[in-house]
Ligand binder design. Sequence first.
Ligand SMILES: [Fe+2]
Length: 285
Amino acid sequence: MIDLKTIVEQIDLLEPVPLIATQIMALAEDPDSSTMEISEIILNDPALAANLLKTCNSAYFGIKRRVESVRDAISLVGLDHIVRLVLVNTVSSNFKKGAEGYGLGEGELWRHAVSSAHIAGILADRFGASKNKHLIYTAALLKDIGKLVLGRFVAFSFEQINILVHSQGHSFNDAEQKIIGMNHEELGALVGKKWNFGDKLIYIIRHHHLSEESARQDLETSLVYLSDIICMMMGVCTGADGLSYRFYSDVLNRMDLSEKDLQGIIAEAGKNQRQIESLLNPLFN
Ligand SMILES: [Fe+2]
């Protein structure tokens, strides 16, 4: 078995998330945070504010008058979209590299993360979790952050993991745990701790495949899990592990979510593909 200390040390090789992303995430987790607080944080980073205005004035948004201030941008584009633009652009650099071991090339892990986050946003509105929608969005975006570190160890042990998954019916995260001694959920939670993410965000990252019964009782974690499953059903950059996770029908039953409902959500996410593409295009170009 690989020395776990060696794996954990690799977290330091990731590019740390900028302070502004941590601040926005903290506000995103606070249902009482205001537009003013979020715009003040953006204004503290002039380069980000300038790029945000540039993006909001681009043809994509089709705003007839010129967006002159961050406050303007928030009122014209909407706070939700601004928070999402800031989040995806401040945490994107690590994700864009791809994930060796999971069969995901450059940009694919990122596309999956952004699409899954978008679906999580739809689910949050649908299941009355709007109060925590930014937290759910952020968690869906960052849930696989552990793969960025674990990928090279998964690549090294892929044959053994594959045998457990395909011959013995283990889920991919269980197989990671058995062969490597740690799975990408656990490692992702360690990254979150190191980067001072909030407790709930760390909890969702740690349990996003719902292996533990208690996590299946948690609405926000269940919605992030569902966003992952739906994204995989849509075939968005599923990777080598894509179809090798447990499907918990009791989670769907508890939410009173039928197969037809799932198809409706997939159709809605598909319709919004243009919005996802706008999030995938970097602010910083
Ligand atoms: Fe995952």
